[in-house]
Design a binder for this molecule. Structure first.
Ligand code: HSE
Length: 362
C-alpha cells in the first residue's frame, strides 16, 4: 500500500476537519481506498508553521482550541507561516490549500497554488478565487508539470458537482447550468419567509458557520458569481471574466416580499446560471428569481445547494447536496485526493511512497 504526504496550507475549519478525518478514520480509509495519508506540514496565518517529514502527530494539535494553537514552541515549528518555503521545499506529494481568497485577484490562494504546481506537487483547493480567475492557466501549468490541480470544493463544497459533470455526462451536450450555490443566502431567504429580518438572519448564518468571513460576498452574490464562472468554464467550456457575469444579490429583498410571493406559490431564490446559445455565446448571471413550485430549485431549502444541468438527451438533471460546512468541504478535499490517486496511481512517476519507507527530514 502506498501513502501520500500532505502539506496543509491554512489550518482553519476545513483543513482542521480534514486532519480530524485522517486522525480518526485514517486506518479505515486506507483499507477502503488502498492508500494512506500522512500530514508532514501545516501552515496557518495565526498558528505559524509546523514541519515533520516523519509525520505530524495530529491528536495534540486537534485537542487544542483553534484560537489558542501556536506552532512556535514545537519541534519543527515556527511563529512564521513560511508558506512559500513550506510549499516549495517540504517534500510533500499533495499541497492541500484551504486559506482564504481575495475575489478580485485570487490571492493569497492563487500564489499558494502556483508555487505548489511549479514545484511539481499535486494541488487540491477549496478556494474559488484561483479557479475562477486563473483556472485555465493553472491547469495548463499542472499539465506541463505532470501533476493534478483539483478543486471540487470550490463549488458546492463536498457535493461532487464538477466531477459528476466531468465523469458522468459523457456523450451528453450540456447547454446550460442553473443553481442555488450559496447556502447562506438560501438559508436567509428561508428565514425571511418566516418573518425574520435580514440582519438577524445573517447573524444566524454566521453562527451556523455557513457565511463567509465577510458575509457581503454571500448576500451580494459575489460568491455565486465566482461559482458561476467556474461552472461555466468547466462545464460549458467558457472563458469568463468576472465582469462577464451580471451580479445582483438579495440585500434589497424584504421579508414582506418573500412572504407575499410564498402566498402565491412562488419561492425567492438566489440563482446563478450560465446558458450557451446556438451561436456559441454564453449568458452568465446571478440574480434573485421568484420560482414557481414545480421548478427543480424551488424546493431546495436552508443551506442546501443544487445545480440543474440542461442537457440534450436527458433534459434536466438536478444534483443537490450540502454547499457549505467544514466537514462537507473537507470531504471535497478527500475526494480530490482520491481523484489524484486514480489519475496517477499507474504513472511511472507516481509520488505514492511505500508506507514503511522513511522519508528524509528537511
Ligand atoms: N459561504 C458559502 C455559502 C460557503 O454560504 O454557500 C461556500 O462557498
Amino acid at each position: 500500500m502506498g501513502r501520500y504526504d500532505l502539506a496543509l496550507i491554512g489550518f482553519g475549519g476545513v483543513n482542521r476537519a480534514l486532519a480530524e478525518l485522517i486522525s480518526q478514520s485514517g486506518e479505515r480509509l486506507a483499507k477502503e481506498l488502498g492508500f494512506a495519508l500522512r500530514v508532514v506540514a501545516i501552515t496557518d496565518l495565526r498558528a505559524g508553521s509546523l514541519v515533520d517529514t516523519d509525520g505530524i502527530d495530529l491528536a495534540p494539535l486537534l485537542a487544542a482550541e483553534p484560537g489558542e494553537l501556536s506552532f512556535a514552541d514545537l519541534a519543527g515549528g515556527s511563529a512564521d507561516p513560511r508558506n512559500e518555503w513550506v510549499i516549495r521545499e517540504v517534500p510533500a506529494d499533495i499541497v492541500v490549500e484551504a486559506t482564504f481568497t481575495n475575489p478580485t485577484d485570487g490571492e493569497p490562494a492563487l500564489s499558494h497554488v502556483r508555487w505548489a504546481l511549479e514545484s511539481g506537487k499535486h494541488v487540491c483547493t477549496t478556494n474559488k478565487g484561483p479557479v475562477a480567475l486563473a483556472g485555465r492557466a493553472l491547469k495548463q501549468l499542472a499539465a506541463e508539470r505532470g501533476v493534478s490541480f483539483e478543486f471540487e470544493g470550490s463549488v458546492l463544497s463536498g457535493t461532487p458537482i464538477l466531477r459528476t459533470a466531468e465523469r458522468m455526462f459523457g456523450g451528453l451536450e450540456i447547454t446550460g447550468v442553473q443553481g442555488i450555490m450559496n447556502g447562506t443566502s438560501n438559508y436567509i431567504l428561508g428565514r425571511l419567509e418566516e418573518g425574520i429580518e435580514l440582519s438577524a438572519a445573517i447573524a444566524e448564518a454566521q453562527k451556523l458557520g455557513y457565511a463567509e468571513a465577510d458575509p457581503t460576498a454571500d448576500i451580494e452574490g459575489h460568491d455565486v458569481q465566482l461559482k458561476v464562472m467556474i461552472l461555466a468554464n468547466e462545464v460549458l467550456g467558457a472563458d469568463l471574466r468576472r465582469e462577464d457575469v451580471f451580479c445582483e444579490g438579495i440585500s434589497a429583498i424584504t421579508p414582506h416580499e418573500v412572504q407575499d410571493a410564498a402566498s402565491k406559490g412562488l419561492r425567492w431564490k438566489l440563482v446563478g446560471s450560465a446558458t450557451r446559445y446556438e451561436d456559441g455565446s454564453i449568458d452568465a448571471r446571478v440574480a434573485p428569481l421568484a420560482l414557481p413550485a414545480q421548478h427543480p430549485l424551488a424546493g431546495i431549502s436552508g443551506p442546501v445547494n443544487a445545480v440543474v444541468f440542461h442537457t440534450d438527451l436527458l433534459g434536466t438533471v438536478t444534483v443537490s447536496g450540502p454547499g457549505a460546512g467544514r466537514i462537507e468541504t473537507a470531504y471535497a478535499l478527500l475526494s480530490d485526493i482520491i481523484a489524484i490517486h486514480q489519475r496517477h496511481a499507474d504513472d511511472d512517476t507516481a509520488p505514492t511512497r511505500p508506507v514503511l519507507q522513511e522519508t528524509h527530514r528537511v
